[in-house]
Design a protein around this ligand. Structure first.
Ligand SMILES: Nc1ncnc2c1ncn2[C@@H]1O[C@H](COP(=O)(O)OP(=O)(O)OP(=O)(O)O)[C@@H](O)[C@H]1O
Length: 307
């Protein structure tokens, strides 16, 4: 299991990565550096459209950077040819907000899927699937289909599937945003346990400050394609410097559906400790659209294992 990049000592290191989608006026991710320590749970938080998911997807090259280096464990992913990239991705699990399970496969077949793609033997697949389903408490649902499961159970299956190849790194894109508060807590408990028990490094995108507070060791605050601040939550004392971070920490949430961005975030140099009162007009234009757009089911998952 990879725990550190050969050259840098970090589990994940992005150096000068940028991403500009065709047709967009501005870059989704401006030149960005990010180093995640081995064994760390690192959050990426910010408003809708800040570039959080794009940055996360650059880590396993679901999005190819226009420039910059992507290193995970001992691999410089951005320099790997396709076959080697596929092997390296086996060491990077990923879970998604909408779970991205394969609906025509049973729970056990879903968990087995990445192992089959990797060519593992039927006996070892069977044993590993049983182990992973037992770990997430869903052994009794092995023969069920995703449509027969609750949201929390679906996310547990997705976690079991991500864990099956024994990854050193787990990427989580809004893993609890579709879940109620109690189920959210149980999924966060699983993620914390994966980190503590197996030493898996977790990089997690969320718009929920409560998730950051409960789970993360450090958090990167993103605004308009840039990391504007990093905060270490292990110190017991957090004093956000940027206005956005202060606002997020004071308001508790940055939900695209509910929260509104302070109008002065980008421009201000000093700010109050709480959200400005007149924030209603400043929700990013794409917030609602981003909240309801459903991408073709399973597409990112298939991409991870087939690319
Ligand atoms: N495949 C794509 N093609 C074109 N533009 C994209 C694509 N994916 C993201 N973008 C744009 O890049 C910017 C950053 O998007 P991204 O999804 O990374 O933000 P985010 O912070 O994760 O937002 P949210 O919290 O709403 O998911 C946005 O302006 C978005 O519209």
């Amino acid at each position: 299991m990879p725990t550190s990049t050969a050259k840098t000592g970090a589990a994940i290191r992005l150096t000068g990565v940028t991403k500009h989608f065709a047709g967009s006026a501005t870059a989704a991710v401006h030149p960005t550096d990010l180093a995640i320590e081995a064994g760390e749970i690192h959050g990426i938080i910010g408003f809708s459209g800040a570039g959080k998911s794009t940055l996360l997807r650059l880590v396993n090259l679901l999005e190819r950077p226009d420039a910059g280096l992507v290193e995970v464990g001992d691999d410089e992913l951005s320099a790997l040819p396709p076959l080697a990239l596929r092997a390296a991705r086996r060491r990077i699990g990923m879970i998604f907000q909408q779970f991205n399970l394969l609906h025509n496969l049973s729970v056990a077949e879903n968990v087995a899927f990445p192992l089959r793609i990797a060519g593992d033997s039927p006996a070892s697949i069977k044993a590993r699937v049983a182990e992973c389903l037992d770990y997430v408490g869903l052994s009794a649902k092995a023969a069920a289909y995703p449509g027969q499961l609750s949201g929390g159970q679906k996310q547990r299956v997705a976690i079991a599937r991500a864990l099956a190849p024994n990854p050193g790194v787990l990427l989580a894109d809004e893993p609890t945003s579709a879940l109620d508060p109690r189920t959210t807590q149980s999924i966060l408990d699983v993620l914390a346990d994966i980190n503590q028990r197996f030493g898996v490094t977790v990089l997690l995108v969320t718009h929920e400050m409560s998730v950051v507070r409960r789970l993360c060791h450090r958090v990167s605050v993103m605004d308009e394609g840039r990391i504007v601040e990093q905060i270490d939550l292990r110190t017991g004392f957090t004093a956000p410097r940027s206005e956005l971070a202060r606002w997020l920490f004071a308001s508790g949430e940055a939900s695209p559906a509910e929260a509104t961005q302070p109008a002065t975030v980008a421009a201000a140099t000093s700010a109050p400790a709480t959200a400005p009162a007149n924030t209603s007009a400043a929700v990013p234009a794409n917030a609602a659209a981003r909240a309801i757009v459903v991408t073709p089911a399973n597409a990112p998952f298939r991409e991870v294992y087939h690319a």
